[in-house]
Design a protein around this ligand. Structure first.
Ligand SMILES: Nc1nc2c(c(=O)[nH]1)N[C@H]1C(S)=C(S)[C@@H](COP(=O)(O)OP(=O)(O)OC[C@H]3O[C@@H](n4cnc5c(=O)[nH]c(N)nc54)[C@H](O)[C@@H]3O)O[C@H]1N2
Ligand SMILES: Nc1nc2c(c(=O)[nH]1)N[C@H]1C(S)=C(S)[C@@H](COP(=O)(O)OP(=O)(O)OC[C@H]3O[C@@H](n4cnc5c(=O)[nH]c(N)nc54)[C@H](O)[C@@H]3O)O[C@H]1N2
Ligand SMILES: [Mo]
Length: 749
């Protein structure tokens, strides 16, 4: 069959044509409209029916026998037995009924954080949350692992965060306008392979190369040169990890000291500069935030800091702060400090100027902004008001009834008896996995839907096998992507796998709540309902979508995105009176009275340098002298398809590569491609060394995403760095994840 006639499917990493032979997927071919397709999609064909596929419902033996431990071991080390769907549905329904009747619905944790798969209807998070709402609610989670610190802090500074991430000034405005692009954390184009909900055309590489061709020069502030594509010839400032705030504060200090700050802008559009000035000059804590002071922390020479500040003030300058900067202890600070520097430069709201949040963190950041008004599966209401910040899950399980702070309030951890997960992999994504392993033994029951035996599935009591996107029909409707794709079912479900919707419908039936959950609609009827509702919303917004029949026969449709470049905060700059920010003052709050009034020592009312527990300047450095950065993997999305050929090809003898500079390797007797163990007091993980001149001495870097596979001593054979990372909140304000604040040692294994 010619490629153009093959079924289309959509994933978070791109759109593909599916080649099927004798009812099996033999290959995926990139969508013909995609100029820069991602190889990640090729990981699925070999895994869809391999030995890691879950083919039938499974129940853990120890759970079945009513003991937390069976003869074979505790949760995560036990064996499973296959059960029929009918029996599995009854087991889940009875257990949900027991828990909600005995302890109330707040005893069910249904945060279920995770990326799941693209496809608007079969989106596992939408399914599980609707289902749990129908049965009376659940304890939920708030914010993300991506940038929780900013989600909570930046609304105090700019009045909103997510809108500004999504409306980050587009590459089309950078190109031809920005003279100097200073990227804290670089512009990792490998991350632009991904976008939530589906990608039609990949545009990040094109965007940055076009800007470079049009004269933008780039500065890559990062512990690794590879944070920026080599083609843009960026100047590399090899900063010590987790010290960007100190560098930014010193830049701000120079702008004030040398009278380079735009006082008019500060006066008109911001509040709190006096307080910031006092802090920078040392009038609050006795320490002036001079370039010399910062150089001692971030180890960038003070004359380089001074000259960077002067260059930034002399040119049309774009500051970019990578999302990774939030995933560290006190991760609220780098974004607040970046906004402070950008405000002093006075170019916020001008073409190519100001600040951007995470260029190329996903395909959409830096793309033209238009939020498309798609409908989604209605979620209903959650009668349970309790929640946790998403990364506080182990704290919650280990300390029921104790309190935590969050955004100026104090809350209590609920007593969780049952955990229900669909579409995420906490044993990939959470920090300090050996601690999560202990916390995970606490609840009475853990239920997971997944299509393959991830570590989270292995650590569950009831495992329900779901379909993949290739085994069901859906629509890719992503509010930031120009392409609408009719995702066709390419093959029959493998084994007894069912889609999440059928699984929840059947459980709801056993609980006498089927009609509440399904509203009498089949999956196909829901897909039609979502599409028709979307068409109506489009029509109200003056936009057009083809009929569903036309879409299905064409396979895809491209929406015209606006031609005008997106400039973040342009309207605010044009008129701060008619378009004020949603902050208490309506302006950019360089000092926030509200945050200051919370009285948090770990998050004061203005951007501040707070030395983290673990960094290259901390006393612990004696024992664990290397700073570990664990970045998003180039060859997969998180843990998805780690067992597939694309991810496996990037490993060395089955081990995740850890990048280390030759001097650090030599000092430890480590040679290139040698097997090593990375360790600290929290855990040990196996990896293979890659000697790399382009990484800062004292820093090592590994990918996230390898499957957690602990041996009897808790050493992760799979190479998941989250056995090493600390499970602490960013601060009392946001309680976000702090994976990047992590010291380790490495030795030959
Ligand atoms: N150390 C460290 N840790 C990190 C990070 C870091 O930078 N450093 N990054 C963090 C970030 S930003 C994030 S967003 C998280 C990501 O963490 P997750 O989103 O949890 O990671 P994924 O591997 O994408 O997990 C998705 C799971 O859903 C399953 N799945 C796919 N399709 C379906 C479906 O249709 N139905 C069901 N039921 N399941 C399905 C997949 O098989 C997979 O197991 O990780 C975080 N963890
Ligand atoms: N291929 C692929 N793409 C992805 C994902 C994936 O799993 N795979 N995940 C997606 C998700 S969920 C998210 S949230 C985004 C995340 O996007 P990012 O947060 O941008 O991702 P990272 O790759 O973790 O980090 C980007 C860069 O920050 C640098 N860095 C780390 N710590 C520091 C520091 O302290 N200072 C400075 N200056 N630099 C530092 C790292 O060296 C790295 O090159 O990526 C998305 N894109
Ligand atoms: Mo993320």
């Amino acid at each position: 069959m010619p490629e153009k006639d093959m079924a289309l499917t959509s994933t978070h990493w791109g759109t593909y044509r599916v080649e099927v032979s004798d009812g099996r997927v033999v290959a995926l071919h990139p969508f013909e409209r995609d100029p820069d397709p991602s190889p990640i999609g090729h990981g699925i064909a070999a895994t869809i029916d391999d030995d890691k596929r879950i083919r039938t419902p499974m129940v853990r033996r120890g759970w079945r026998n009513g003991t937390s431990k069976s003869a074979d071991g505790e949760r995560g080390r036990d064996t499973f037995e296959a059960v029929s769907w009918d029996e599995a549905e009854s087991l889940v329904a009875d257990e949900l009924n027991r828990v909600r009747r005995t302890f109330g619905n707040s005893a069910i944790y249904g945060g279920s954080y995770g990326w799941a798969s693209a496809g608007r209807f079969h989106h596992a998070q939408s399914q599980i949350h609707r289902f749990l709402n129908c049965i009376g609610g659940y304890t939920r989670s708030v914010n993300t692992y991506s940038y929780a610190a900013a989600e909570v802090a930046i609304p105090h500074v700019l009045g909103d965060f997510k809108t500004f991430v999504n409306s980050t000034t587009s590459w089309s405005s950078v190109s031809g306008n920005t003279e100097l692009f200073v990227a804290f954390g670089g512009v990792p184009v490998k991350n632009g392979q991904i976008d939530n909900g589906g990608v039609g055309e990949h545009g990040q590489r094109t965007g940055i190369l076009e800007a470079a061709r049009n004269g933008t020069s780039f500065v890559n502030v990062s512990p690794t040169r590879a944070s920026m594509p080599a083609e843009v010839n960026a100047e590399w400032l090899d900063i010590r990890p987790c010290t960007d705030t100190a560098l930014m504060l010193a830049l701000a200090y120079v702008l004030l000291e040398e009278d380079l700050a735009d006082r008019k802008f500060l006066e008109r559009f911001t509040v709190g500069i006096e307080k910031v000035e006092q802090y920078l000059q040392g009038r609050i804590d006795g320490v002036a935030k001079t370039p010399d002071w910062a150089a001692g922390i971030c180890q960038i020479a003070s004359e380089d800091i001074r000259s960077l500040a002067r260059k930034m003030a002399a040119k049309r300058c774009k500051i970019s702060v990578s999302w990774s900067l939030t995933r560290q202890q006190y991760g609220e600070q780098p974004f607040w400090a970046g906004i402070t520097v950008a405000a002093m430069l006075g170019q916020i709201g001008l073409p190519g100027g100001g600040i951007g949040f995470g260029y190329s963190a996903t395909n959409g950041i830096g793309a033209q902004y238009q939020r498309l008004p798609y409908a989604s599966l209605p979620q209903g209401e959650n009668p349970v008001s309790g929640f946790i910040p998403v990364a506080r899950i182990a704290d919650m399980l280990l300390n029921p009834g104790s309190t935590f702070t969050y955004d100026g309030e104090t809350h209590t951890y609920p007593d969780i008896r049952l955990v229900y997960w669909a579409g995420g992999n906490p044993f990939h994504h959470h920090q300090d996995l050996n601690r999560l392993d202990r916390a995970w033994q606490v609840p009475e029951t853990i239920i997971t839907h997944d299509w393959c035996w991830t570590s989270t599935a292995r650590f569950s009591d009831i495992v329900l096998p779901c379909t993949t996107h290739l085994e069901r029909a859906d629509l890719a409707l992503s509010p930031r992507d120009a392409y609408v794709v009719s995702m066709q079912q390419a093959i029959q479900p493998t084994g007894n796998a069912r889609d999440d919707y059928s699984i929840f419908s059947a459980i709801a039936r056993k609980m006498g709540l089927e009609l509440e959950f399904t509203e009498g609609k089949t999956a196909e009827e829901w897909v039609t309902w979502i599409y028709d509702s979307s068409r109506q919303r489009f029509a109200r917004a003056g936009l057009e979508l083809p009929t569903l029949d036309d879409l299905k026969s064409a396979g895809w449709h491209k929406i015209d995105m606006p031609d005008e470049p997106t400039v973040m905060l342009e309207a605010f700059r044009k008129s701060s009176e008619t378009a004020p920010l949603k902050t208490p003052s309506g302006r950019i709050e360089l000092f926030s009275e509200k945050v200051a009034a919370f009285g948090y020592r770990d998050c004061p009312g203005h951007a501040a340098w707070l030395p983290p527990d673990e960094w290259l300047g901390s006393p612990d450095k004696e024992r664990y002298p290397l700073h570990l950065i664990c970045v998003q993997p180039q060859t997969k999305l998180h843990s998805q398809l780690d067992h597939g050929p694309v991810s496996q090809a990037a490993k060395i003898d089955g081990c995740e590569p850890v990048h280390i500079c030759p001097a650090d390797a030599a000092a430890r007797g480590i040679s290139n491609r040698q097997r090593v163990k990375i360790f600290n007091e929290r855990g040990t993980c196996r990896a293979a060394a890659v000697l790399d001149d382009d990484i800062r001495p004292g820093v090592v870097q590994i990918n996230t995403g390898a499957w957690y596979d602990p041996d009897e001593n808790g050493t992760c054979k799979g190479g998941n760095p989250n056995v090493l990372t600390p499970d602490i909140g960013t601060s009392s304000l946001a309680q976000g994840p702090s994976a990047h604040s992590c010291l380790v040692e490495i030795a030959p294994a």
